[in-house]
Design a protein around this ligand. Sequence first.
Ligand code: 9WN
Length: 445
Amino acid sequence: MNDDLNGLIEQAKRVLDGNWLGKSTKPSPHLYPHQWNWDSGFISIGYASYNQKRAQQELSTLFNAQWKNGMVPQIIFNPDALGGYFPEPDFWQCERSPNYPKGVLTSGITMPPVHAVAALRTFNKATDKAAAKGWLREIYPKILESHEYLYRERDPLKEGLIYIRHPWESGLDNSPTWDDPLKAMKIDRDKLPPYERKDLKKGIPASQRPTDFDYDRYVFLVDLFRRLKYDEHAIYQECPFLIQDPLFNGILSKADEDLVEMGKVLGEDTKKIEEWHQQTNRSIRNKMWHELHGAFDVFDMRANEHVGTITASGFLPLLCGAPTQEEAQIMYDFLDSNSFCPMHDATCFSIPNYNLEGDYIDTKNYWRGPVWINTNWLLMDGLRRYGFNEKADNVKHDIVDIVRLWGFHEYFDPFKEKGIGYGTDNFSWTSALFIDAASELLESQ
Ligand code: 9WN
C-alpha cells in the first residue's frame, strides 16, 4: 500500500510537471490551457508539501495579474496558448476598464478567494522560515487588497456577504443552484455577440458539460460587463445575476482567519480582518441558514429569496466556523446520509457535489452530482473543525482511493460500480490535493 501511494505521489508530481508553464501551472493539458484563479490556490497547496519555491511562485504569478482595484482575475491567459479556449481576451475586452493591469491578459471576473488559505499553508510547510517570511511579506498586502476589493465592491448592503455576478465566479459553473437564477434572466438570443464554444471540441461528451442554454447566459453576462466597462457600481445596478453564495463566503471568511494568522507572523495590525471574519460568519448564519433543509443556502439578491437548491456548497461554512455546534450537527446528519453518501457505504464515494436523491442529480455531469476533490478537501477541514473526525478521515481516504482507482481526472462518478472519472485527465488540482492527502496519510502511519 505504501509503495503504491509513494508511486502515485510521484505520478501526481509528473502531472503537475507536465502542466507547469514556467511561472504557473495550467489546470490541464488541453481543456484549460491558461492559469486559473482558485486552481492555483489548490495547486500551491500540493506543491507546498514538496516544492516550496513552486508553491510560492504559483501564487505570486497569480497576484502579479491583480487588477488595480484589487480584484484577482479568474483567468490569466497564456499568450502562447491563445486560440484554444473560449472566451479569451478578444472577447473579454478588459482593456475597457481603467482598473485593468498592464502587461498581462486576464478575464474580467473573479473566483472563490482560497489564496490566504493556500499561502498560510505554504508558509507553514516551509523549512526555511526566514526565506518564507520574506515571501509572506510580499504576498500578504496583495491578498489583503483582494479581500478589501470584495468587501468594498461586492457587499453593497454592508452585511459582510459578498455577491458573485457570474456562475463562473462560483467555480461551480453549472451547479443546479444556478438553474433558477439563470432561467429568470431575460435575454434576447439574437442580440448576443456571436461566439463558438471550444470546450466541446476537446473530446469530452456534451452531456458532461454545461448546456448551450447556460453558455448563452454566461456570454450575455460577459457582454454586459464589457459594455459597462467593468464598472462595479454600474454592474450592481444592471446585472440580472447577483448571488450570495455559502461556498464563496465560507471560503472568504476562512481566508480572513488565515490572513489574520499571516498578519500576526508579520506583526501587522489585523483588527479590520478579524471584524470582517466575525461579520461574515454572523451574516452567513443569519441570512443563509435554510431551516427546512438543514444547511446553508444561496441567496438570490435579485429575487430577494433563498434559491432552495442545496448542494454540497451548503456545508462549506463549516470551514469558517459560521454554524453553531447545533447547526453543525444538523448539517452533519444530512451530509452523512444517503443524500451525500454516508460513511461505511461500500457502494459510493463521499462527498458528491449534489444531493444523490435530489431532483436534478446527474452523476456524470460536471457540478451536478460528481465527486470533486477540491471542495471535498475543504469540507474535510470543515468537518474536523466541529469534531467530526471520523467523517473527515473518511473523506480523506476517499480522496486518495478514488484517485488510486480511477486516476487524476477532473471529476468522478460517486458510484463505485461505475468505476469512472470524467472531464479532462491529468488534472492539476486533483493531483495536487492527492499529493497533500496521500502524504498526510503516509506521515500518520
Ligand atoms: C470556467 C479550471 C476551471 C475551474 C472551474 C471549473 C472549470 C471553467 C470552464 O474549469 O471552469 O472557469 O471553462 O468550464 O468549473 O471550477 O476553476 O479548472
